[in-house]
Design a protein around this ligand. Structure first.
Ligand code: PLP
Length: 426
């Protein structure tokens, strides 16, 4: 496979952009080699600047549940370009998107639009502090909630991929507001609340983790978080930036039947444009400025370009509930084909092949400690085996792969064939 153009661009990019990329995991540091510079996408396929074509399972890290350039989204963007890209004043479209979100996500009564998942999570934990008058946040090791100062403690995603210390540039006073606990361990949550429950404002959690690779909640875990937060008067925040509109139209909270106080959304809600949101109980959201005293603002928040894409996406998903059946079927087919030397975790169209014997410690990967036991050297060989044969997976052991509605039976059959050709011990 010729990658000379990508190599030349990457060498040049490293001169003017830190590490050559605008978000760390794109740099292939977790797997080695040269990242492909992408020229365009169509459906389930990516085309790089050297003319190589890939079936891809990254989907821009989550937003592209319908694949690249879905017609309803592209048409909506084209139409709004005739009117303007940003007004810095309210529009009817923002209201339409807010109502679509409220209609879809069971626990959301009011919602505020922002520009990134990071912003949504930062705002949600601030709001929780403002509402409860408490300072501490409980998070879980290996979960990622954006690059919010206080939430980088034991974070997943790129922090996990690069094995970075989580405190460089973060004042100790900020990290000290965070209690990081192992995922799926309710006893430790109860212990933390027994020790200082009157100081904890919220628990923020990925209801299904994607950012240490895919790790599902064990039965009772989310319900337990709901119970403990209620008992101690803390708020439960579901970070559904990845799971929202992916695991079902109502996200993980609909799938598991647990109702959080606040929810953060991103990725699919913006259909590939920069848009995210946080929302929840009306009495809590009413504390956000200008309705209340908790400040949060944004020059481009609710801009018509991103909002139109979001409306088109959410309207499509509302009118085509069969998308979720199709995703389940495609994903189950792929997850049935496990590469040699790996075990698989999957919920709906999120999945990860962890390169470890899933039975060695008598269970599947259920937290960050388990995920870290994976053999990242074998993962890297697997990744490059797939890439060389035209299948583009997330370039890290600690990320989830996504199946989209654009993947065809041919895509899936070819992917399965290439997986079967991988020998863990060549
Ligand atoms: C991607 C992600 C974020 C951060 O969103 P950005 O738009 O990259 O800032 C936060 N939480 C979760 C669960 C995510 O997957």
């Amino acid at each position: 496979m010729n990658t000379s153009q990508s190599e030349a661009l990457f060498a040049r990019a490293k001169q003017s952009i830190p590490g050559g990329v605008n978000s760390p995991v794109r740099a292939f540091r977790g797997v080695g080699g040269t990242p492909r510079f992408i020229a365009r996408g169509e459906g389930s396929h990516l085309f790089d600047v050297d003319g190589n074509e890939y079936i891809e399972y990254v989907g821009s890290w989550g937003p592209l549940i319908l694949g690249h350039r879905p017609k309803p989204v592209i048409d909506a963007i084209a139409a709004v370009l005739e009117l303007g890209t940003s007004f810095g004043a309210p529009t009817a479209r923002e209201l339409e998107l807010a109502e679509l979100i409220i209609d879809a996500v069971p626990s959301v009564e009011m919602v505020r639009l922002v520009n990134s998942g990071t912003e949504a999570c930062m705002s949600a934990i601030r709001l929780a502090r403002g509402f409860t008058g408490r300072d501490l946040t409980v998070k879980f090791e290996g979960c990622y909630h954006g690059h919010v100062d206080s939430l980088l403690v034991k974070a997943g995603s790129g922090v996990a991929t690069l094995s970075l210390p989580d405190t460089v540039g973060v004042p100790a006073a900020f990290s000290e507001t965070t209690i990081a606990l192992p995922y799926n361990d309710l006893d430790q949550v109860e212990e933390a609340f027994r020790a200082q429950g009157d100081r904890i404002a919220s628990i923020i959690v990925e209801p299904v983790v994607g950012n240490m690779g895919c790790v599902p909640p064990e039965p009772g875990f989310l319900q337990g978080l709901r119970r403990v937060t209620e008992q101690y008067g803390a708020l439960l925040i579901f970070d559904e930036v990845m799971t929202g509109f992916r695991l079902s139209r109502g996200g993980a909270q609909q799938l598991y039947g647990v109702s959080p106080d606040l929810t953060t959304l991103g990725k699919i809600v913006g259909a590939g444009l920069p848009l995210a949101a946080y929302g929840g109980r009306a009495d809590i959201m009413s504390k956000v400025a200008p309705a209340g005293p908790v400040y949060q603002a944004g020059t481009l928040s609710g801009n018509p370009l991103a909002v139109s894409a979001g409306i088109a996406m959410l309207t499509y998903l509302e009118k085509h509930p069969e998308v979720y059946d199709r995703l389940e079927k495609s994903s189950a087919e792929l997850a049935a084909c496990v590469p040699a030397g790996a075990c698989v975790n999957r919920v709906g169209s999120m999945m990860t092949y962890f390169f470890q014997d899933g039975s060695a410690h008598g269970r599947h990967v259920r937290n960050y400690e388990d995920a870290k036991r994976s053999n990242t050297a074998v993962f890297s060989r697997f990744f490059h085996h797939m890439l060389e044969r035209g299948v583009y997976l997330p370039p890290s052991q600690f990320e989830a792969a996504f199946v989209s509605a654009a993947h065809t039976p041919q895509d899936l059959a070819y992917t399965a064939q290439v997986i079967r050709e991988f020998a863990a011990n060549p």
